[in-house]
Design a binder for this molecule. Structure first.
Ligand SMILES: NC(=O)c1ccc[n+]([C@@H]2O[C@H](COP(=O)([O-])OP(=O)(O)OC[C@H]3O[C@@H](n4cnc5c(N)ncnc54)[C@H](O)[C@@H]3O)[C@@H](O)[C@H]2O)c1
Length: 261
């Protein structure tokens, strides 16, 4: 891979598995130094086994939805670097599956806390470090559910539309500091998250998992799964100087998703 991210310093929330981990590996391969945090010990242990651990990869345990923990995380990161090129706000949970009458308020609140308010904690602390760098970028993980309705996943859709609103607003606030802000909307990713989503939806609708999977894939006109690395490669492009004038954009990486139902 071309070293288009040489010397760039990147923070990824929830970066020890799934899209975050795939993105960390792409960024490392392109020459970046990457700081990741996660809440799950098993993923943290795996990440620490990466050959670049403690050289160009730094791994921290942190609940992204706990403001004190995020403040502590940034204290650790600040000991390694005073400047950042990029923050990737990747953390986000699937939230509950069901019609509104069936959902609990605590599940709604948790989804908004992890998917939206955690991004605020990270962004607030990363901006001064990116300003010190005299520019850089912020990438927010939204979803196809951030540009379309998503039946049975109302709190998730609400959280991902919020991310698009924050992205557009921040891009306007931060442009004068040469900080670009973009959102990525992944389609249906082949990975652990979708295994859980398919299981929950098949249980709720009493339809086979195979049928649910087939329906998910057919929502993209390319009739395909999306891979975690597809998102990593899009992030690495947006971080690189090749994307120097791309900001305020909401970019689908979804095989042209045409519906979510
Ligand atoms: N997987 C998909 O199909 C898909 C589609 C569209 C958008 N997205 C979005 O992309 C992002 C990443 O998705 P993913 O599928 O890789 O997620 P995932 O469910 O696989 O989880 C990734 C990581 O998040 C960590 N995590 C969860 N809660 C945390 C917390 N409070 N603090 C720190 N770490 C935490 C988990 O331990 C895990 O390692 C999310 O914002 C998600 O909503 C995913």
């Amino acid at each position: 891979m071309l070293k288009t991210l040489n010397n760039k310093k990147i923070v990824i929330s929830a970066g020890a598995s799934g899209i975050g981990w795939a993105t960390a590996k792409v960024c490392l391969a392109k020459g970046a130094t990457v700081f990741i945090c996660d809440i799950e010990k098993k993923y943290l242990t795996r990440a620490k086994k990466h050959p670049l651990n403690n050289k160009k990869l730094f791994v921290y345990e942190c609940d992204a939805a706990n403001e004190d923990a995020v403040t502590e995380l940034f204290k650790h990161i600040s000991k390694k670097t005073k400047k950042l090129d990029c923050l990737i706000n990747n953390v986000g949970i699937a939230g509950p599956t069901g019609t509104i009458e069936n959902l609990k308020s605590e599940d709604w609140e948790k989804t908004l806390k992890v998917n939206v308010i955690s991004h605020f904690y990270f962004t607030k602390l990363a901006i001064p470090m990116i300003k010190r760098n005299k520019g850089g970028s912020i990438i927010n993980l939204s979803s196809g559910a951030g540009i379309m309705g998503f039946p049975l996943r109302s709190p998730y859709a609400a959280s991902k539309w919020a991310i698009v609103g924050v992205t557009k607003t921040l891009a306007m606030e931060l442009g004068k500091f040469k900080i670009r802000v973009n959102a990525i909307c992944p389609g249906t990713i082949k990975g652990d998250r979708m295994v859980r989503v398919v299981r929950d939806k098949s249980k709720f609708l009493k339809v086979s998992k195979k049928q649910i999977e087939k329906e998910f894939i057919s929502m993209a006109s390319m009739n395909c799964w999306i891979y975690e690395e597809d998102i990593g490669l899009t992030c690495s492009f947006l971080i690189s100087d090749e994307a120097a004038r791309i900001s305020g954009q909401v970019i689908g990486v979804d095989g042209n998703a045409i519906r979510l139902d």
